[in-house]
Design a protein around this ligand. Sequence first.
Ligand code: GLU
Length: 342
Amino acid sequence: MFLRHLAPSTANPGRVARQAVLSAALVLASSAGFGPSSASAQDSLTIGTGSEAGVYYQVGRALCYLAERDEALKDAGCKALSTAGSIFNLKNLRSGALQLGVAQSDWHFHAVRGSGPFADAGPDGDLRALFSVHGEPFTVVARRDAGITKLQDLAGKRVNIGNPGSGQRATMETVMAALGWDRSAFSLADELPAAQQSLALCHDRVQAMIYTVGHPNASVGQAAGLCDAVMVEVGGAAIDKLIAENPFYAATEIPGGIYAGNPEPVKTFGVKATLVTTASLDEGLAYAIVRSVLGDLRRFRKMHPAFGALSAERMVADGLSAPLHPGALRYFREAGLLTEGG
Ligand code: GLU
């Protein structure tokens, strides 16, 4: 909806066929919540993103658009794959099924440490950071008739807590634990993917939905535009404690005036979207990927309104827990964004 001038995202026919097979495997894996261990596409750039209703998918499309115009990348084949989201992407990077993925900074951190959903798998020593992208406020959207004006009002309500494998679902579980809630806190805890949640809200199947996502985005825009939904404030002692205790959370706001019927900013907390890869990605490819975006940041910023405020200095510094990939490090040093010691 926001990208108007995109060429098809894959130019090389041989790779199209291989990627179609990989995509089918990943889509199946996505719906099952597991990553395939046998799929491999070492020779192509498949970026695990999120729902087509979110912003990660637009990150992937914008990256492929720029990559296909880069001499070093134009034959590599680049595909933005719609997936369940952050947790799915991090698991499939580890298994080798994805070369690149977008992931929330909280789950990026936990993958590196081997904590939270990655406790069984242990620390991912091969995860590498390329750069961070837009901020993602933890967003609670409610029907105006539901009487939900703050996070705590979700108790006893019908709530879409997010699809398994998504970052928003995992962050919602963190929030629920902080509040001392489990699923029985809600009269219904639905697990719809982002692409379905707005209509479920409009049809009154759920009274509220959760999304950790950049703004503006199509999903929240649909809820606000089609059924007059409202942004809900997220705060209180439990949230203050989460922010104080976790380096990847920060207080933030959803700006006012970007969605119909929501003129005022709304306070919440948030994370960053980050682009990650693995140590096995070729150094030259990683360098060229970073150059294709950071070297043409003015154009990248125009490709989606959620990218409008990006700055190279922040993209190098914010939300990155994994070591920088050597290709990214080389680009940042050459561009003067990092010093030799940095
Ligand atoms: N933050 C969400 C996730 O990690 C995805 C948001 C988006 O698609 O923009 O799954």
